[in-house]
Ligand binder design. Structure first.
Ligand code: ATP
Length: 372
């Protein structure tokens, strides 16, 4: 990691639409950081992903992992291609390996509506959603990634793993986020999403949640079974503040969350550990639209905004926080104008249209935010 004033970012465009949204994202970062000033970021692009595996026999080369470990933050677009697979038939997913390698246990998935972006629900409250799903990202059912077994072509097994160590850190992180949000006017509530009525592993998960809730009694702690949560996220998603869950459940529910705010191209995320963090849109490589110019880069932009804010907190550099806020506000401004509608939402705004609109909005928002 950098010891000088400059902070380093490892850039992993990956596969499919990854490179199509990463280039514009770097342009948007440049637009906001040059307006705010007092920011010095260096970017280094490194290879990883399905094409890297196909061409070099390695999905996550040692040198890439080293760069990623040494960087102050990691910006990742999308990885995996359905037609490039490991011999056991599973897809190439070095983004999962990075989460395991760097102990990025907290997958932060904000579900925030952007004014002007239509969602699938007609209730007006669904146009102003603002909650966060936290997906544990290093264990749960994904602990079995690469370790599943098939016996005699007759029975297959993948094993769920929940550890006390990671669960305690996950819940502490989640309560802290709920506390931070409470200070900003949210309810201050953390919902534990599990299946504690059926599985020992989830009963254990919930018992640790209860222990940590007792230590955080300035906040509200409650529970939801994952099936009921799926129902409620469609029926009344506006009641949630922060929800925390296991890896597999979080994988599924965060796609539901993305749908609530318009689609995969609108949903940012961060995978955060004690030392490192990866910032990546929730979507995959979207092979069905590669090369069409239809990829929506918004989720990538918003993930970069989260990166700037995380760097600000971690290194106590308020300018980075201002840049992150500016980036998010520029995205909101671009969509609020009402004439920007990405293809995935039924419109005709392509990658370049969205990028240009956001960059144009940076100047307008700068004046409003009194940034010069
Ligand atoms: P992964 O398993 O790697 O997360 P996935 O199988 O969930 O990937 P995605 O690649 O996220 O699939 O794509 C799901 C659908 O959403 C596809 O139809 C794809 O075209 C669409 N999609 C995903 N990302 C975007 C985007 N940024 N812009 C437009 N459409 C997108």
């Amino acid at each position: 990691m950098s010891s000088s004033n400059s902070l380093s970012v490892a850039v992993l465009p990956g596969d499919g639409i990854g490179a199509e949204v990463m280039g514009p994202c770097l342009e948007v970062i440049d637009a906001v950081t040059s307006r705010v000033g007092d920011i010095s970021l260096s970017f280094k692009e490194v290879p990883a992903g399905a094409a890297c595996y196909r061409d070099h026999g390695e999905a996550l080369p040692k040198e890439t992992l080293e760069e990623v470990r040494n960087a102050d933050a990691i910006l990742l677009a999308a990885m995996g291609m359905p037609d490039i697979r490991y011999p056991d038939g599973t897809e190439i997913a070095p983004q999962l390996d990075i989460r395991f390698e760097l102990d990025l246990y907290a997958g932060v998935r904000p579900v925030r509506s952007i004014p002007g972006v239509p969602g699938p629900l007609s209730d007006p409250r669904a146009q102003a959603l603002d909650f966060v799903l936290i997906r544990e990202s290093t264990e749960g059912l994904f602990a079995s990634h690469g370790k599943g077994t098939i016996e005699d072509n007759r029975i297959a097994r993948d094993t769920m793993e929940i550890t006390r160590e990671v669960s305690e850190k996950l819940f502490d992180f989640s309560f802290n986020l709920a506390r931070k949000r409470k200070a900003a006017g949210h309810e201050g509530r953390l919902t534990c999403v599990d299946k504690a009525n059926v599985f020992t592993s989830f009963a254990f998960f919930r018992s640790i949640f209860d222990e940590r809730a007792a230590e955080n009694n300035d906040l509200i702690a409650d529970y939801a079974y994952v099936d009921a949560m799926a129902l409620n996220l469609v029926r009344n998603p506006w009641v949630y503040d922060v929800a925390v869950t296991e890896n597999m459940f979080g994988d599924i529910l965060s796609d539901l969350g993305a749908a609530l705010i318009g689609g995969m191209g609108m949903a940012p995320s961060a995978d955060v550990g004690d030392e490192h963090a990866v910032f990546q849109p929730c979507h995959g490589s979207a092979p069905d639209i590669v090369g069409s110019g239809k990829a929506n880069p918004t989720a990538m932009f918003l993930s970069a905004g989260m990166m700037l804010e995380w760097l600000a907190d971690k290194h106590d550099r308020p300018a980075y926080g201002k840049a992150g806020a500016l980036l998010t506000a520029a995205v909101d401004k671009a969509f609020a104008a009402g004439n920007l509608l990405p293809f995935e939402l039924g419109g005709e705004s392509g990658t370049t249209d969205v990028t240009n609109a956001v960059i144009a909005a940076v100047d307008q928002v700068c004046d409003e935010m009194d940034l010069g």
